[in-house]
Design a protein. Structure first.
Length: 190
């Protein structure tokens, strides 16, 4: 399995990668970088975030691939799955951009028009609005409610979600799934 996600912000690219077969990964990466290079005259800048442990030989091949495609490597994070939990005791505000590289427990809300991206799952005590982009298929977002939240996980499309009950949004078969965690019951008084 090879996952490569490339994002562009102000003509600088972020390349997030996960793979279990390095030769396939290198071939796919070269194709994607060549596609980007065609849109630029000369070289372009990219930051690499590799989720699989690189050996020294693989690192040299990765740098050679970047050189051949005209990619200037701004930096490289080689990080295997670490499961540290980041705790944030405030709201994520509208108009702000937040990026996380580990699991997040948010003791607040994600307000409308906030932009949040993460390579790990997000657990929110409050409600979720805004734009949420989770990079990998095993990421989830759990919250006490979703109010017009635009959510994308892995290679799915952004989906506008609203749920007034505590719920979890996860990725399955290239689609987002919503699982309500609390069932509401109505009782008839006799």
């Amino acid at each position: 399995m090879v996952q490569i996600k490339i994002k562009a912000v102000n003509h600088t690219y972020t390349v997030c990668c996960f793979y279990d077969d390095f030769p396939s990964f290198l071939t796919m990466l070269k194709e994607r970088l060549n596609t980007i290079a065609k849109g630029h005259s000369g070289s372009f800048e990219a930051f690499f975030h590799i989720q699989t442990e690189l050996r020294e030989k693989e690192l040299l091949q990765l740098l050679q691939c970047a050189n051949e495609t005209g990619t200037i490597v701004l930096g490289l994070i080689n990080q295997t799955n670490r499961r540290d939990l980041m705790i944030i005791e405030e709201n994520l505000h509208s108009g702000q951009t937040y990026e996380f590289d580990r699991e997040v427990l948010l003791l607040g809300s994600i307000q409308a028009e906030a932009f949040v991206s993460s390579s790990e799952s997000i657990y929110c005590i409050g409600s979720v609005g805004g734009n949420i982009d989770l990079y990998h298929e095993d990421c989830r977002i759990t919250a006490s409610g979703f109010f017009q939240a635009n959510i994308r996980i892995c290679d799915s499309h952004y989906q506008n979600l609203t749920s007034f009950a505590p719920a979890q949004v996860y990725y399955k078969e290239r689609k987002l799934q919503l699982k309500e965690l609390k069932e509401e019951k109505s009782w008839v008084v006799q």
